[in-house]
Every structure is written in structure tokens, then in C-alpha cells.
Design a protein around this ligand. Structure first.
Ligand code: ATP
Length: 445
């Protein structure tokens, strides 16, 4: 009998979660204390992977552009920011509890009106604000309540005037920021897909109101293509325009970039035309002038904002899921056996090359050590001299290292090494002096 869709889904995710733990991508947080629901720690491979995802985003969206500036705003902001933005009054989800099994659900996620776990009856829906509250200063009094930001965007809106002044950029231009955000989600889950602490990569792109639609269309296409450029397969991505009833009341348009996760299509990023809502609200609430003087048209305007808002953790999870593959590779004895291989794009792969001396003989180690010190100055490398070469290749395949560089006894004579390609498993003999250029030529960053 064939497997059900649900069984296949959980099987694939189980394999990925287990690989993440085994190879040091992602660990459950506070594990020695039994873990803390829905929080995760990135291990030695995970931190490299997520940094590469963030770096690819920053390079393309900030470094390579003339119309973008970066920002790193504080997590704690003036409480009035969240009043003006609407988060204090409206950032809430309807929550219901099952009277029988006591499980809690987001009412808008449910299809029927009975508990999907035990068919029990639900309580009335209650509104639940998703912002984490904390206290500033030593006295826990109401006046000192501050929030952990639920999105990085507000730090950009309130700095619009500062950035416009110091960069002297003319419209259209954007401000980009990567940082932590916190939401007290009712139903976190699906590994790192929905957590209470996560990182966002957000752009707020300011333009003349008459050009809002043009830039909105530009950005959702641009952001869709970004995921493909860094290795996610086209067929696993789609753009989904929001229905009218899904749209926030101020938004003129919104599209999600969705990824086909093992459990189905889910949002990676939302691109919205937010009109002048945010600047208008902050202008009214702070009584500061946040208009922009358009010299060409000789008028003060409140720019429209196009917002591509991505999750760094969700993106990283999509890169992990998309890279996961199983095929066959020869063992030491030459028999074919199953191998797990993470087919990351070279710019996303945590480790770019592994130096693998064939034996622990000092003459070989010396050459391998020197090679490793040279290579790691160019890109992130690994050194492994433990266990059989076959096992070492398998380990590198599981962390997705594009190239394995083997130093063998012949190296001492011909000053050359064997380079093994992760995907084709083909081997090339390359001279030590040409190796760095060879690897750089093969990898795209
Ligand atoms: P969802 O409907 O999945 O809760 P959202 O539409 O509320 O998401 P946005 O407010 O548009 O999400 O946030 C922008 C991006 O931030 C999302 O596309 C996602 O990548 C990321 N993000 C939002 N909430 C979480 C979370 N709880 N965990 C991980 N990433 C998140």
C-alpha cells in the first residue's frame, strides 16, 4: 500500500530535523532542561547557513543597489510607536480552546467548528494580542511597559527622515534592515517555520504615490527571482496575490512568495503596497513633519511604501528543505549505497571546501595544514582527518560542502590534489598553485 501524503510529509520533515541535529544545523533550545517550546538554536553549520542567506539578501538588496541604505534599529522602541502603528489595538489573533483535550488553536486556521484532534467543542473565540510585553527599568509599573518589536519595519518608518537627510537620496529609495522580531504566536510549530522569536529581512521602499503600483510590481518579481537565483527550484515557488478580504485595510496590494514545504504551500515573504499609511500615522501621532520635498514637482508629499518582508529563519528552512536529496554513492568497497546530500548553491553552503588528508602521516599533514590555512582565508573551509575517506565524504555531503580536497601521497611528488565535486562525484587532479583559482572559478557568490 502506498504511503499517505501525511506520512510522507512527516517522514521528510523528520529526516530533515534529524539531519539538522546530527550535523549541527539546528538544535532545540535549552535542550538539557527539556527544551523551550518552539525556540531553536542554530549550531555551527546553522549559523553559517543563516549568515549566508542574510548575506546574499544584503548583497543584492543593499550593496549592489544605488537606491538603498541599511539600518539596524533597536528592538525596544517607544510604546507610542506600537499605538500609532495599530499593533496595540489590532495585532491580535482569535484564539479558541478545546473544552475536551484543552488544546489551543488559532480560530482563523480551523476549517470546521470542532476540535480536529478529538472532535471536542470549542470555547468562544477570544482576541489575543501577539506582542511580548516587558518592563523598562526596575519598577514593574504600567508606565514602564515596553514591547519586544513584533516586526522590524517600524524601526525603519520612524527613521525615514534621519536616513533621507544623511544619505540625501531622492525618491524612490529604500531602507533595508535585518533583525530579530518577537510574536507570542498561539500555534507555533513546523520546526523553525513559525516560532516566537525569529529574524526578519525587511525593505521599506519609498516612492512617489503615483508610482506605487509600478514599484509594487517590480518588487514582488524581484523578490521571487531572488530565491531562484540562490538555488531554490522554480517549481517549488509561487507568487500568491492576496484576496480582497485578506488585505490589510490600508494596503493597496499584497502578494506572498510561497514555498512548497512538505506540508504544503506556505508563505516565505509578503510584498505589500502599504500606501502612505505608516508615515501618515507616525506623522499624526508624533506631530513631526515626515513629508518629503519633491523638488521636481515642487511639492511636499508623504511617500508611498512598498514593503518586501521576508523571514530569515523561514527562508533558511526553505533552503534546507530544497537542498535535501538522497541518491547513491559508492562505498569504500565499491558497492553502491544510499547517500544523503544537501545540494546547496555554493553561496548558501555553510562550508565551501573540505581539506581531507588521506593519512595522518606528518608529511601529508604538513601539506594539508598549509593548504587549509591558505584556503580558509578565501572562504569558509573544514579540515577532517578522522575516519575513512568514504565516511568523511558522506559527512561533507550531509552538510552540503561543494568540494572535497584530498591530499594523498602522490601530492608529495606532483604538488597536486584531488578535488571531488559533491553533485557529480567526479574527481579532478589540480595543482596546489592553481587550486584557489580553480575553486573560485567553480563557485558563484
Ligand atoms: P503568518 O501569516 O505566517 O503568521 P504573517 O503574514 O503574519 O505570517 P508578516 O507579518 O507578513 O507575516 O511577516 C513577514 C515575514 O516574517 C513572514 O513572511 C515570515 O517569513 C516571517 N515571520 C512572521 N512571523 C513569523 C514567525 N512566527 N516565525 C517565523 N517567521 C515569521
Amino acid at each position: 500500500m502506498g504511503k499517505t501524503k501525511v506520512a510522507e510529509t512527516s517522514e521528510k520533515m523528520e529526516k530533515i530535523v534529524s539531519l539538522c541535529k546530527r550535523r549541527g544545523f539546528i538544535f532545540p533550545s535549552s535542550e538539557i532542561y527539556g527544551g523551550l517550546g518552539s525556540t531553536w538554536d542554530y549550531g555551527p553549520m546553522g549559523v553559517l547557513l543563516k549568515n549566508n542567506v542574510k548575506a546574499a539578501w544584503w548583497r543584492e538588496n543593499v550593496q549592489y543597489r544605488n537606491d538603498m541604505a541599511g539600518l539596524d534599529a533597536a528592538i525596544l522602541m517607544h510604546p507610542n510607536v506600537w499605538k500609532a502603528s495599530g499593533h496595540v489595538d489590532c495585532f491580535q489573533d482569535p484564539m479558541v480552546d478545546c473544552k475536551n483535550c484543552r488544546k489551543r488553536f488559532r480560530a482563523d486556521d480551523l476549517e470546521g467548528d470542532r476540535c480536529p484532534e478529538c472532535d471536542g467543542e470549542f470555547t468562544e473565540a477570544r482576541q489575543f494580542n501577539l506582542m511580548f510585553k516587558t518592563f523598562m527599568g526596575p519598577v514593574e509599573e504600567e508606565s514602564a511597559v515596553v514591547y519586544l518589536r513584533p516586526e522590524t519595519a517600524q524601526g525603519i518608518f520612524v527613521n525615514f527622515r534621519n536616513v533621507a537627510n544623511v544619505t540625501r537620496k531622492k525618491l524612490p529609495f529604500g531602507i533595508a534592515q535585518i533583525g530579530k522580531a518577537f510574536r507570542n504566536e498561539i500555534t507555533p510549530g513546523k520546526f523553525t517555520f513559525r516560532t516566537r522569536e525569529f529574524e526578519q529581512m525587511e525593505i521599506e521602499f519609498f516612492c512617489h504615490p503615483s508610482e506605487g503600483t509600478k514599484w509594487y510590481e517590480y518588487w514582488y518579481q524581484e523578490r521571487f527571482n531572488w530565491y531562484i537565483k540562490w538555488g531554490i527550484r522554480r517549481e517549488n515557488l509561487r507568487l500568491r496575490p492576496h484576496d480582497k478580504d485578506e488585505l490589510a485595510h490600508y494596503a493597496e496590494g499584497c502578494q506572498d512568495v510561497e514555498y512548497n514545504f512538505p506540508w504544503g504551500w506556505s508563505e516565505l515573504e509578503g510584498i505589500a503596497n502599504r500606501t502612505d499609511f505608516d508615515l501618515r500615522r507616525h506623522q499624526e501621532s508624533s506631530s513631526e513633519n515626515l513629508t518629503y520635498f519633491d523638488e521636481e514637482k515642487n511639492e511636499h508629499i508623504l511617500p508611498y511604501i512598498i514593503e518586501p518582508s521576508a523571514g530569515a529563519d523561514r527562508g533558511t528552512l526553505a533552503f534546507l528543505v530544497d537542498a535535501y536529496d538522497e541518491d547513491e554513492a559508492p562505498t569504500e568497497k565499491g558497492e553502491m549505497d544510499k547517500r544523503i546530500v544537501m545540494r546547496f548553491h555554493s553561496a548558501i553552503a555553510p562550508v565551501k571546501a573540505a581539506v581531507l588528508p588521506l593519512s595522518k602521516k606528518p608529511q601529508l599533514q604538513e601539506v594539508a595544514d598549509r593548504l587549509y590555512s591558505d584556503l580558509k582565508r578565501e572562504f569558509f573551509c573544514d579540515y577532517d582527518d578522522r575516519g575513512s575517506i568514504g565516511k568523511r565524504y558522506r559527512r561533507q555531503d550531509e552538510i552540503g560542502t561543494p568540494y572535497g580536497v584530498t591530499v594523498d601521497f602522490q601530492t608529495l611528488e606532483d604538488q597536486a590534489v584531488t578535488v571531488r565535486d559533491r553533485d557529480t562525484m567526479k574527481q579532478d587532479r589540480i595543482s596546489l598553485t592553481a587550486l584557489i583559482e580553480y575553486l573560485k572559478g567553480k563557485m558563484k557568490f
